[in-house]
Design a protein around this ligand. Structure first.
Ligand code: FES
Length: 164
């Protein structure tokens, strides 16, 4: 082998070494970016599952209320009272003139509305902030429809029956 050949061989080895060396960070960078991408997807799916859980939790994984629920005696719902009847998933409201039953399911996305804790009676949805009057009418969205009125029956012996 001539001197020039040895020099060329050394140069080739150096170039090969440099290529391997310069590829190593690229491979590492590619692996890092792949991990970042996969990690991003896993994180996004985690957030999605968490949000769906929150949504379903807010809805309470509601079961359907019984079709007929005996809420109590008429005297259990005095004028000015607002009473939640869990078995019927309904609010019984006595406004002093009449007794009405409102479905507690928000007409926006189905969360259960809560009684407002303000001087003005009515209902508040904890999920997205809809407000309903004591008569179930929408006072503030995003809900667009009033709470559903339920039929109630007062038996001759003064029992209140809610028809779901
Ligand atoms: S579910 Fe009630 S405001 Fe959205």
């Amino acid at each position: 082998m001539a001197i020039g050949d040895e020099s060329n061989r050394q140069s080739l080895i150096s170039i090969k070494y440099m290529n391997e060396n310069t590829n190593a960070p690229n491979a590492s960078r590619r692996r890092f970016l792949a991990l970042l991408t996969h990690g991003g997807w896993v994180a996004a799916m985690g957030v999605l599952v968490y949000q769906m859980g929150r949504f379903l939790g807010a809805r309470g994984l509601q079961t359907s209320p019984a079709p007929l629920v005996e809420a109590g005696m008429v005297s259990d719902f005095p004028p000015g009272s607002t009473t939640y009847i869990g078995a019927a998933r309904a609010w019984l409201v006595n406004d002093g003139e009449r007794l009405t039953a409102l479905d507690a399911v928000c007409t926006h996305l189905g969360c259960l509305v809560q009684e407002r804790e303000t001087a003005v009676s009515g209902f508040h949805c904890p999920c997205h902030g809809s407000e309903f009057g004591a008569d179930g009418e929408v006072e503030r969205g995003p809900a667009a429809w009033p709470l559903r009125s339920l039929f109630i029956e007062v038996t001759p012996d003064d029992r209140v029956i809610i028809h779901g």
